[in-house]
Design a protein around this ligand. Structure first.
Ligand SMILES: [Zn+2]
Length: 159
């Protein structure tokens, strides 16, 4: 889940400028390795593709069916071991990390439906995962976007 949120939030706006953690090959490959990948260029290309599709789906701009091409050639193989049945995921090697991200998203949609959402700040590109009981979180961070919205409301009220 954390890796998925990291991926969704890997292209933030910083002072109005986009900073893409996967944009530069060296930096992107390092990002992939830090998240359990091999750090190849083919893997990075698939990760970027997965991120862009998952962002569209999480914003409600795309149907989850858009993720289907990422799961091509992916299988789960059952194996009976002394400890019981075990499922092994097989993917093309360069696709493993991107596939894991799609599967993490699917698991999240099952366990916490509707809890992954874009930050309500229009000028923010980050996503949040609301684990709270109340399910009313709107900001990626109260300290940044929440306070900014509060200040704006205050300014509009007092004007
Ligand atoms: Zn935000």
């Amino acid at each position: 889940m954390d890796a998925l949120l990291d991926l969704l939030n890997s292209r933030p706006l910083v002072n109005g400028e986009e900073h893409d953690a996967l944009g530069d090959p060296d930096q992107g490959r390092r990002w992939a390795r830090e998240h359990g990948g091999k750090g190849t260029l083919a893997e990075l290309a698939l990760l970027r593709q997965a991120r862009d599709l998952l962002q569209d789906v999480a914003r409600g701009a795309s149907s989850p069916a858009a993720l289907a091409p990422l799961l091509e050639g992916v299988h789960q193989i059952p194996e009976v071991t002394p400890a019981g049945l075990r499922w092994t995921l097989t993917t093309p090697p360069q696709a493993r990390l991107a596939v894991e991200m799609v599967l993490a998203w699917a698991a999240l949609e099952q366990e916490l439906p509707g809890r992954l959402r874009p930050c309500a700040n229009q000028e923010c590109r980050l996503f949040l995962l609301d684990r709270s009981r109340a399910n009313r979180a709107r900001w990626c961070s109260m300290a940044v976007c929440g306070n900014r919205a509060k200040a704006r409301r205050h300014y509009e009220r007092t004007r």
